[in-house]
Design a protein around this ligand. Sequence first.
Ligand code: MRU
Length: 364
Amino acid sequence: MKVDGRPMRTIWLDADGWGVDVIDQRWLPHEFRIVTLRTLAEAATAIRDMWVRGAPLIGVTAAYGVALAMRENPSDAHLDQAWATLHETRPTAINLRWALDAARARLRPLPPAARAAAAYAQAAEIAEEDVDINRAIGRNGLAIIRAIAARKAPGEPVNILTHCNAGWLATVDYGTATAPIYLAGEEGVPVHVFVDETRPRNQGASLTAWELLHNRTPSTLIVDNAGGHLMQHGRIDMVIVGTDRTTARGDVCNKIGTYLKALAARDNGVPFYVALPSPTIDWTVNDGVKEIPIEERSAEEVDFVQGLGADGKVSRVRVSPEGGRAANPAFDVTPARLVTGLITERGVAEASADGLRALFPERG
Ligand code: MRU
């Protein structure tokens, strides 16, 4: 996507040919900062402290983290160390484990001297694959948007609600939930996006709203609790969200608050779609509520909000009484029965074991 007219991705090789450049998303939308990761430890910190975030981008950053580790020391022991260090950074997004398992499987049989180059090549492949997947999700999702647009008065926009940031900043490019929206814009299908602010870290307000503004996609920021009201008044035509892990039977784990939107959508007959790249499917689990580990993040994220002060500086302010207790589960699970369809790179699947298996028969 473009930032101020300049084509950008979220992760790329530095001019030195080995450092890994990323957009430090903690400062958006107020400051656009790029940082270079040069060690395994820095890659792990970037994921854990959410300089980069979003399931697909976490996976790609982890793959580059392994490459940085192999440059430091290509031994078997350090490969295992890299896997463990990166794996413990964020527990819910399955793309992390998927990328790490793929890296270890490819690198282990190679002589140590060949591992760093192979790891960089593999990370680049995973990044390219992410872009291709997202474009395909965009095409498949666009067909749904077009069908809704066809039922509306000519020129009237399709109103789409989204939660958190499943945009290009959460991936390498295009995003998952935003890919159909960006394609709709390119193809002249009028869309308007309602953006949930997504407390506590405000990925909607800080990242999705910023992306859409830069892309000139019409959007309106709303507080997390407004979605149900808008649905009751017929102001939302469809919901599209991303996912951090979807189970083999179609239960969808995504940013906290997604489940409440799915309940409101069901109650109001609003279609609820999930944009799902296949590396985000965890074929080893079925019951998302019972089996997916939910990341518990620091209570500080609930107690404080970050923003731009009157002095023009980014700072934090406390919103809760000092000494009180806060809890911060970062994700929730929307059961498959509440999901209208899973928009994958291979087509739109029914959210069920049969639906997913029909599109991915190699998974048996
Ligand atoms: O905690 P985050 O910001 O990493 O959470 C991101 C989300 O929940 C996204 O919706 C999800 O990763 C899908 S991104 C294409």
